[in-house]
Each structure stands twice: as structure tokens, then as C-alpha cells.
Design a protein around this ligand. Structure first.
Ligand SMILES: [Fe+2]
Ligand SMILES: [Fe+2]
Length: 358
């Protein structure tokens, strides 16, 4: 290999790692928390469900799943239309960052903890996320770029969240991850002609991992009833609105990618959000009223505000800064508007456990 290709390759590698490093409102983040508080959780009040779930995870039913086999088709990266290629790579990098974010957080908990139950659970979950992230990175490598995960662990900014915020945010991202993966899988099962990349064939088994991770957080929240009562309900609502609207904006930034998949973004997002909302009623005592016309209107203006923010950022200079501030204010007001839509009260079941039946 000559030096020029070497340089070109390392440049691309940096570009992918840089994209994963970026901390914006929309990019997946890395988290850190009060590990001692997490370590102090006593799971005895949910013991039977806990042992069953952890037992299933320990048995490791998807051990050999995250490997390329004869189902892995060749991807014509060079022949791909540039805008689609850009968005597909962006999708893979953002998925990888989200997967790896879980891996890093769970691994750190396992490393720092002394509580046998907690350490085992977090060890099992980090095992899964490491596989997921590694598998996506293998896919990226084929396109000529890969994220340097070691570098990312050291250099990416970590956001501190109190343990309860970790429960709400991570629970939701695991469940929304499940809902996204299964919805894409079911769609491509019906329309294989739109399967633009072989990785989607792996989503059916994959999403079951995310489902169990979400179940684990549901049980963790059940160990302390205060987490889903009183003032905390306001926080739950905050995370529901934040996670749901982020997904909407992030997906709407990838029009070409969704077109190629034959997916109507509005329809797909509604489906995923409804499913996540339905699942989250296993443990959250409220649900967002997504049938309220203010909800859809709000999501659309949120998307517009983010698009304007992006344009202003690209424009730069004083006008860019003013534009960014204006659009940012609009996004904040829209968030408040979404947040103040009255939510629906939910009677949560005594035993929260669900099976991935979708
Ligand atoms: Fe994962
Ligand atoms: Fe997960």
C-alpha cells in the first residue's frame, strides 16, 4: 500500500471518530454517574423476576449472533449515491456511538461495584453492547472508515447524570432501540428490495438484547417506588419528551436514507414512539398524549428550529450567531409547549415484566 492511501485512510478514520466524538444536543452521549449509589440498590423486592431475567441473559442465547456469515451480502459502497452513502454512514456512526455509550457506562459500573447482583447485570449488559458496537464497526470498516473505540472512550466528553436520570434515560433509550430495530426489521421483511445494507438482517435477534436491557432498568426502578412517584413523575415526563422529540429530529435529518429503505419517516416515527410509549407503561405512571394535535405540531416546529439552527451554524459570523440563538430559543419554547401537553395517567402492573412480542 502506498503512503497516499495510508494517509487517505487515516484521514477517513479520524473523520468517523470525530463524528462520534461530537457532543451536540442530538448526538448520542457518554454518561457517568454516582456509581456508589447505584451499587447500593437492593433487588430483593423483585428477586424472582430479577433472577429469571439475569438467568436468561447469563445463558447468552445470542452468543454467536454478531458475526458475519453467508447472509452478509457485499455492499457496493463505491457505486452508492453519495448523499445516501453519507447518511447511511452517519446512521451507522450514530448507532455505534449509542451502543458503545451503553457499553462504557455498564462496564464502568461493573468495575466499580461490589454488589453481586448489580455487577453481574451490568457485566452482562456491557458484554452485549460491546458486541453490538463491534459489529457495527465491522460494517463501517468495509466502507473504508471505522471509529477508534479506544480513543473515543478516552476523549469523548462524559455527561454526569444522577442515577435516577440514568434509569429514566437509559430505560427509554433501550426500549426505543428495541422498537426501532424491530420496526425496521419487520418493514424490510416485507420489502427486502429496500434492504440497502445486510446489517438489518441481524436486527431481529439484536433487538431482543435491547429489550432485556430495558427490562433490567424497569426492575431497577421497581426496587424503589419513589422513583416513579411524586415529583419524579415530572422528570419522567421530561425524559419522555426529550427522548421522543430527539428521535424525531434526528430521523428527519436523514431523508435520503429513509427513502432508500422505503420508509416514510413520519409514519415510522409515529409507530416507534407509540410502541415505546405502550411498553413504557410497564413502569412509568404516565404516558404522553401523542394524539393531541399540539404534539405533532410541536415535533414539526422542533424539527424546523433544529434545521434553522444548523443553517445558522453553517452561515457563521455574527448573523449566524444571532440566527442560532433565535432558533435555539424557538426550540426551547417548543419543548415547553410539548412538555405542557397534559399527559395520561397510567395504572402500572404490579409485575412489570414484558416479553418482546412485537
Ligand atoms: Fe445494544
Ligand atoms: Fe442495550
Amino acid at each position: 500500500m502506498n503512503m497516499q492511501t495510508d494517509i487517505a485512510k487515516s484521514d477517513k478514520l479520524n473523520a468517523a471518530t470525530e463524528a462520534a466524538l461530537e457532543t451536540t444536543l442530538l448526538n448520542p452521549r457518554f454518561y457517568t454517574t454516582d456509581f456508589d449509589e447505584l451499587d447500593a440498590i437492593d433487588v430483593s423486592s423483585v428477586r424472582p423476576a430479577w433472577d429469571k431475567l439475569v438467568g436468561e441473559m447469563r445463558a447468552d442465547p445470542r452468543k454467536g449472533h454478531f458475526k458475519k456469515n453467508e447472509d452478509w451480502d457485499e455492499v457496493d459502497w463505491d457505486g452508492m449515491e453519495p448523499e445516501l452513502k453519507k447518511e447511511l454512514i452517519d446512521f451507522l456512526i450514530s448507532s455505534l456511538t449509542a451502543e458503545f455509550s451503553g457499553c462504557v457506562l455498564y462496564k464502568e459500573m461493573r468495575r466499580r461495584g461490589a454488589n453481586k447482583d448489580i455487577c453481574e447485570l451490568f457485566g452482562l449488559m456491557s458484554r452485549d453492547e460491546a458486541r453490538h458496537a463491534g459489529f457495527i464497526n465491522d460494517a463501517l470498516r468495509e466502507s473504508g472508515i471505522a471509529v477508534n473505540l479506544g480513543f473515543l472512550t478516552k476523549e469523548k466528553k462524559y455527561t454526569y447524570f444522577r442515577p435516577k436520570f440514568i434509569y429514566y434515560a437509559t430505560y427509554l433509550s433501550e426500549k426505543i432501540g428495541y422498537a426501532r430495530y424491530i420496526t425496521i426489521f419487520r418493514h424490510l421483511e416485507k420489502h427486502p428490495e429496500h434492504r440497502i445494507h445486510p446489517i438489518f438482517k441481524w436486527f431481529k435477534e439484536w433487538c431482543n438484547d435491547e429489550f432485556s436491557h430495558g427490562e433490567a432498568f424497569a426492575l431497577l426502578m421497581k426496587t424503589d417506588p419513589k422513583l416513579t412517584q411524586g415529583r419524579n413523575i415530572y422528570w419522567i415526563k421530561f425524559f419522555l419528551v426529550a427522548v421522543f422529540s430527539t428521535m424525531w429530529v434526528r430521523d428527519h435529518a436523514r431523508q435520503r436514507f429513509h427513502d432508500a429503505l422505503g420508509i416514510d419517516i413520519d409514519e415510522y416515527d409515529h409507530k416507534v414512539l407509540n410502541l415505546t410509549s405502550e411498553i413504557s407503561q410497564q413502569v412509568f405512571p404516565i404516558a404522553l398524549d401523542m394524539k393531541n394535535p399540539r404534539w405533532d405540531r410541536g415535533l414539526r416546529s422542533m424539527n424546523k428550529a433544529f434545521q434553522d439552527m444548523d443553517k445558522a451554524k453553517k452561515r457563521g459570523g455574527v448573523m449566524g450567531a444571532i440566527g442560532k440563538m433565535r432558533a435555539g430559543t424557538r426550540a426551547l419554547l417548543t419543548f415547553i409547549n410539548l412538555y405542557t401537553i397534559p399527559s395520561k395517567k397510567v395504572e402500572c402492573p404490579e409485575d412489570p415484566r414484558l416479553e418482546p412480542v412485537w
